[in-house]
Structures are given as C-alpha cells and as structure tokens.
Design a protein. Sequence first.
Length: 149
Amino acid sequence: MAKTKRRCLIVERHDWETGGHQQQLQFLLDVAADFFGAGNEDRKIVVRVFALATSPRPSVTKRITVSREYANGTRRTNGFPEMGDVPSSFVVFEETDETGVYDVWWQKDKAVIAARYRAWSQGHNTQHGRGRLSIIVNAPVPRVIDRID
C-alpha cells in the first residue's frame, strides 16, 4: 500500500485575535475543507502543541474540535484555550502518521513565512484589516523558518 503524502496547513493569526479570551483560530472555509474535511459536522482532532518550536516533545497534547461551518460562514477551533497564548503569527498544523493527529506550532516572523510560500488563499477583509492568509503545503515544514529559500 502506498504511503499517503503528509501535508501542513499554515494559517495566519492576526494581532487583534491574540490574548487570553481569543481562544479560537478561524479557518478559511475552502482551505479547512481541503485539510480537515467537509464542514457539515464538527471534527474531533488531537493536537500536539509545541510551545517552543524546537522542543523535541510537545508541551501539551489534547483533543480539540474543528467546528462545522457556522451560519456566519466560519469554521474555527474549539476547546483549545492554549490558542489564547499564541501571538500574532502563522500557526502550523502538520499531519502526522496517525490519522486525526496534528503537530502544531507557530512562527512569529510572518514576513518570512509569507515570502517563503506561494499561492496563498486570503480571507475577506474586515473592519480590523486585511483577510487572513492560509495555505496547504507538503510536509514536513521546518519548525524554525528564518529564510525565504
């Protein structure tokens, strides 16, 4: 049986989304459907969170929900209070060899991440600013990216 190629979802987290009460991460609908599956129902996933990207072991492993598509046309993480501690950054969800299990970390140097990859999808602009960027790329993604090449 051929091994399935692993992928990474990279999602921008804006300045205005950060802080203790901003515990959700929103996804672009088409990108979320491509990566997590259709938005007709909530999806339970396991995240292994690397608060320090270079750590050999996750700081937290937990079961969270990727929501169904809400009436306002959004999908987001639920049950993930640790997201409130994530700064403005690009958040990476990398598929693992286990179905429904993702390694998660973030990169604060958004300019380098945005320049390194091509063909980003962009969400709608809001009163807060431009729409978030998202992209699905082949895994593995380096845990620390400090160059565009």
